[in-house]
Design a protein. Structure first.
Length: 226
């Protein structure tokens, strides 16, 4: 039940991020080309949302098999060999993520310590005015007089994203040990490209057939008029 709820949240959150980015970029383009103006905060917010989308989506990509990998050698191995290779690869991925998680923690700790703010994005004054000034600064590193969003908050996705990715790899590792899967599920770009080409070809054939039918019907109507 919880897993299903989290899956819905995961997909909904990613959809919200990509939709927000699309709307912001559209507004910025319209403002620049039609009104000869722009919004600096939109650029910074779009970049931040893009980082959240990528880093939050990493674990989702593992879940749905959206990542690209080279498995030409692994698929030739016997079942036991594929399992060993998958366990080794998963262990390396977990170790890699742990290093990034440690680096992210050190980086965000420094950002928190020096209270470096974002350049163009502020919290609404209506929200910040409800906070105790001492609590806002000592705990959140927010200056109530100039309530710029602290970088440690906007970039906290570094810790969130790599933590979720580690959990996803641990989940995959357990599934491999239980023989529920042979390893990573990877995206097959060649297969997807061929499928897309086939759909385009079918659409073109349907369009051509429709045009031929229309021409034939037009010719029949002309004959009837005569």
């Amino acid at each position: 039940m919880l897993n299903r709820l989290y899956s819905h949240f995961e997909e909904g959150f990613l959809n919200l991020l990509i939709t927000s980015m699309t709307v912001l970029v559209f507004v910025e383009v319209i403002a620049r080309f039609f009104f000869n103006t722009g919004f600096l905060w939109i650029q910074e917010l779009t970049l931040t949302l893009s980082a959240w989308f990528v880093l939050f989506g990493m674990s989702y990509g593992v879940k749905v098999g959206a990542h690209i990998g080279v498995d030409a050698f692994v698929t030739k191995l016997p079942k036991r060999g594929r399992k060993i290779a998958a366990l080794l690869a998963t262990t390396i991925c977990i170790s890699y993520c742990l290093m990034f998680l440690k680096g992210s923690w050190d980086y965000l700790s420094k950002m928190y310590e020096i209270a470096l703010p974002m350049e163009d994005i502020d919290f609404p004054h209506l929200l910040v005015n409800k906070l105790d000034p001492d609590f806002a600064w000592d705990t959140l590193r927010i200056d109530v007089e100039e309530p710029a969003v602290p970088l440690w908050i906007s970039q906290s996705i570094l810790i969130i994203g790599f933590s979720l990715l580690i959990l996803r790899f641990i989940e995959l590792l357990i599934a491999i040990l239980k023989n529920n899967t042979l390893g990573f599920t990877l995206a097959d770009e060649a297969k997807e490209s061929m499928h897309l080409a086939e759909e385009v070809n079918n659409a073109m054939q349907d369009s051509k057939l429709g045009q031929e039918n229309a021409d034939s019907l037009s010719n029949d109507n002309q004959k009837d008029d005569k």
